[in-house]
Design a protein around this ligand. Structure first.
Ligand code: HSE
Length: 305
């Protein structure tokens, strides 16, 4: 087998209080990737359709950088042509860069029969994230690779745990961030009281998944003192809209990943109403793209047959 076509899902990282340690996969949207092994020992990146100004240079592209790492560690003579078909808008905190890196590594593991473990796959894919946000955070790539809810148990060495989760409704307000990354503005200096609350809410998130309690999950993800204050500061009407969706009966709402998209959890019969409130509240943002109604998903990257 010399070619493989993959589907890499959107992911929502941090999931409220779990900065860099929690993420979950979403059913929609997703990107496609075609990998073709070549004999020329080169890595080339191309797009089928709109490239959204994503870098073609291998070192600047998350899939390219992850493949370079795989080549260095496991297959020095590797040659591969990568063709990405974008269905997702990049730069919105929906893990599109992680989906590319994970698809590339998942696909090459299959094509080259490397038989890498989940942790080895995630460790390679996360190196691609350096091309995007400057840091090898593993949350998005792990959720894209494995699906479900991801807990990064350890970064030294990387150790990830996939928890199967109920596939419950979510509404996304897709908003592009106005700068490449805001990671540099995030601080862990939040004080004892907020730190206690943060840890308590991380524990609540995990407990809610174990007990399959979507309402508790929503409440737990709605408190974050680390990433949300930084990312929400640039989202017009964020606080008001969050308060409105909760008052209307949504279970919880937070900023998705690095922003500026907003993710809300609700029951299936409330999804349309919540989508309307979010669109009305957030469409004034200059970089507002669209509303997406989808669900969480236990499916990670998969081969398209
Ligand atoms: N945990 C990462 C961050 C995810 O918040 O920067 C980026 O999507």
């Amino acid at each position: 087998m010399n070619t493989i076509r993959l589907r890499g899902p959107a992911t929502s990282a941090n999931v409220g209080p779990g900065y860099d340690i929690f993420a979950m996969a979403l059913k929609e949207p997703f990107d496609e990737m075609l990998l073709e092994l070549t004999n020329d020992q080169r890595i080339t990146i191309g797009f089928d359709g709109d490239d959204q100004n994503i870098p073609l240079n291998v070192e600047d592209n998350t899939a390219g950088l992850a493949i370079l790492e795989l080549k260095k560690r496991y297959k020095p003579d590797l040659g591969v042509k990568v063709t990405i078909t974008k269905h997702m808008t990049s730069g919105c905190g929906l893990g599109t860069t992680g989906a590319s890196a994970s698809s590339a590594i998942y696909g090459l593991n299959k094509l080259l029969n490397l038989n890498l473990t989940d942790n080895e796959l995630v460790d390679l894919a996360r190196m691609g994230e350096i091309a995007s946000g400057g840091s090898p955070h593993a949350d998005n790539v792990a959720a894209a690779m494995l699906g479900g809810f991801i807990l990064i148990k350890d970064y030294h060495p990387i150790d990830v745990l996939k928890l199967r989760m109920p596939e419950f409704p979510v509404v996304l307000a897709v908003i592009k961030k106005s700068q490449r990354t805001t990671r540099g503005f995030i601080t862990y200096e939040i004080g004892q009281e907020k730190l206690k609350e943060q840890m308590a809410h991380c524990s609540r998130v995990i407990h809610a998944i174990h007990t399959q309690d979507v309402e508790e999950f929503g409440r737990a993800i709605s408190v974050d003192h680390i990433a949300e204050p930084v990312r929400s500061a640039v989202i017009e009407n964020y606080k008001e809209t969050k308060a409105k969706v909760i008052a209307a009966g949504a279970y919880g709402s937070t900023v998705s990943g690095g922003g500026s998209s907003v993710i809300t959890i609700c029951s299936a019969n409330m999804q349309d109403e919540i989508a309307d409130i979010m669109e009305h509240g957030l469409k004034a943002n200059a970089n507002f793209v669209k509303i997406i109604k989808t669900t969480t998903s236990n499916q990670g990257v998969c081969e398209m047959l």
